[in-house]
Ligand binder design. Structure first.
Ligand SMILES: NC(=O)c1ccc[n+]([C@@H]2O[C@H](COP(=O)([O-])OP(=O)(O)OC[C@H]3O[C@@H](n4cnc5c(N)ncnc54)[C@H](O)[C@@H]3O)[C@@H](O)[C@H]2O)c1
Length: 432
């Protein structure tokens, strides 16, 4: 097939039909699937050979992309997963969706750097590169653009286009998906913004252009910092309310009836996933590095949220104590390991931290979570089903992730101590 090259033509753009997505994870795979649906020829590049082999065999590991959808995409002949960067040749658009973790509390942009090295040799006149990975403001223009220019010998904003568009997907959300969530778009100049907008106008219902990549990068960090800080607020309140003998959950529900000026957030065992424990620290790191100042809200929120697992363990210890038992030697059944309900993502999950803390105190641990791939579960955790027998055998049952598939009547009727960190068992057992 001949790949159609695009040019800016009198203020409009001819869309390019070959799209490459670098990184086929939770973000990249749904984008690739949507692009196939929208008529693009899509190459999904990933360095993980097992993941690519599974994708080629039609096996998806992302809950929001059923394997049937992947198989349909493969059957069109317009989707291919690959580990070979040479398959990027003649791309019109490339979207980068690789990880942006912290390494020793410092942003680790090595995956973006490696992606730039993979892409640069294949950049041609008129093509467009878009970064979607979450990162601190300035990354697109100060890190990505120089790498693409030096690797290609071409000029960004003149010979090829570059932009940033933050990903907003919410894994497991049945209402808002990639297509119906407005997409913030940006470019390093007017021509780049035009090309980036043209791409996403074909993929999503609504695009929201902003002035430059830095505003788009900050938008994402603002959204996640907002959630992180508000979750920390209700977490701290939950601890005080418990000691005061007040039901914080009821207060939050009542406050949520106010039709303006309030947005409900709920307490929990801590924050997890690839976003909240990491993204706000990208911003505070940049503020400290560039301005020499502390982003106090982020630091306070980190402190409160990071200590929630300790608080959960303390509550379990008190609950067992009230039944004349100690953590040491008690069997504790952890219900849910993923950081978020109805997903199998255990990255940074507070449940794992809680499990470590309980194990360190000599508890015997069992865990229930059929979403999580068993090889990712630490060896000291025994995976079991949630049954009347497993609940009855436990001295304590702790609900950490309230997956919808679980039968909570079993937990409600468990004979031992029950702590419900998600308030799933409304009023029937002890909430956080
Ligand atoms: N998961 C979410 O809910 C979510 C939401 C919004 C934004 N984000 C952001 O999107 C980015 C990606 O997150 P994710 O959850 O999809 O991560 P992920 O780990 O699920 O997927 C990333 C993929 O990139 C691959 N990869 C790494 N280096 C590569 C390289 N040089 N070339 C090709 N592939 C490479 C990995 O093998 C992996 O499969 C991160 O910056 C994250 O913060 C994630």
């Amino acid at each position: 097939m001949e790949w159609q090259q695009s040019r800016l033509l009198g203020g409009s753009c001819v869309i390019q039909e070959k799209l490459a997505v670098v990184g086929q994870g939770y973000v990249g795979l749904p984008i690739a699937m949507r692009a196939v649906e929208a008529g693009f020829d899509v190459v999904g590049l990933d360095v993980d050979e097992t993941r690519v082999a599974n994708l080629q065999a039609g096996v998806s590991f992302v809950e929001d992309v059923p394997s049937e959808q992947l198989q349909e995409a493969l059957a069109t002949g317009r989707y291919r997963a690959t580990t070979d960067a040479a398959d990027l040749a003649h791309f019109g658009y490339t979207i980068i969706t690789v990880p942006t973790p912290l390494k020793d509390t410092v942003p680790d942009l090595s995956f973006i750097e490696e992606s730039a090295a993979e892409i640069a040799p294949y950049i041609e006149d008129g093509c467009t590169v878009v970064l979607e990975s979450t990162t601190y403001p300035g990354t697109t223009e100060q890190l990505l653009v120089p790498l693409l220019e030096s690797g290609s010998g071409l000029r960004a904003g003149v010979d090829f286009h570059v932009g940033y568009s933050p990903e907003r997907i919410d894994p497991g959300n049945k209402t808002f998906n990639f297509q119906n969530t407005p997409k913030v778009v940006s470019g390093i100049n007017a021509g780049s913004l035009k090309m980036v907008s043209c791409l996403y106008d074909r993929l999503v219902d609504r695009t929201v252009p902003v002035t430059s990549p830095a505003e788009a990068e900050l938008t994402k960090l603002l959204e996640n910092t907002f959630r992180h800080v508000n979750i920390a607020l209700v977490n701290e309140l939950a601890v005080f309310a418990h000691d005061l003998g007040i039901d914080v959950w009821e207060a939050i529900s009542a406050a949520a009836t106010k039709p303006f000026g309030f947005m409900p957030f709920t307490p929990g065992p801590g924050v997890g996933g690839h976003c909240l424990p990491i993204d706000p620290s990208y911003l505070s790191w940049q503020v400290r590095r560039s301005l020499g100042r502390n982003f106090r809200f982020v630091e306070l929120a980190n402190d409160v949220n990071d200590h929630m697992p300790d608080y959960v363990v303390q509550r379990v210890a008190s609950g067992l104590n009230s039944q004349g038992k100690s953590l040491k030697g008690s069997t504790i059944l952890l219900v849910g390991l993923a950081y978020k309900k109805n997903t199998g993502d255990i990255r940074e999950s507070p449940a794992l931290r809680i499990a470590e803390l309980l194990a360190a105190q000599g508890a015997e641990l069992q865990a229930v979570d059929s979403y999580v791939e068993s090889h990712k579960v630490p060896a000291f955790l025994t995976l079991v089903e949630l049954t009347e027998q497993s609940a009855a055998a436990a001295d304590a049952v702790v609900v950490l992730t309230d997956h919808d598939y679980l039968d909570y009547t079993i937990v409600e009727n468990a004979p031992g101590y029950v702590l419900d960190t998600r308030r799933r068992l409304v009023g029937l057992r002890e909430p956080l």
